[in-house]
Design a protein around this ligand. Sequence first.
Ligand SMILES: [Zn+2]
Length: 194
Amino acid sequence: MDQKNDMKDRQEAKKRTIELVDRWHKQAEKIKKKHPSWSEEKVQNKMKKIIRRQVQQDIRIKDFSVKEMFEKRKKILVYRQEALDKTLNYIFSKNPDAIGAAIFELDCGCMRICGVAKTGEPAGDMIMVLGNPKNEKTGIQECEKCNLDGGADPDRCVNKAMVWPGAESEMPSKDVRLAIGKKVFGEKYSINDI
Ligand SMILES: [Zn+2]
């Protein structure tokens, strides 16, 4: 096998691994929701069984340490939450007109975030937040997919949401939030989304 193919193969395996770990996280959350009385250990044991079953179906996954993957995943999720909080703080402090912010989450984990005025118009610029922390080895932070398309491909958007700063009592009324959401995301935005 030539080098290029080998690399492509490894990238493919890495991508599938990330998808699997994502799925496991979701499964673990589901189990916790379904059995709120279960201890963490019981949930872990159940997950181990599920993972073992899935790992047997996917031979490539054996090359990776499950624990390492979970740790890595956790780090990424913590990083994303912090990056999101920082960006929202920045948006709300720089744009007094912004009463909410629209978040577009992309399939690569990056997010595009923009302040929204009470008219539903953008308040300030769209900010791109990279979904992964700096590469520990290279010290470089980048996203291959977003390097190519600038993160602007609507087909890559996997999640859209409005966020409102402050406590619930400080939020605009439901009607206002719904009207703003519709203006930003279109008529499909419903009362369940706010
Ligand atoms: Zn990206």
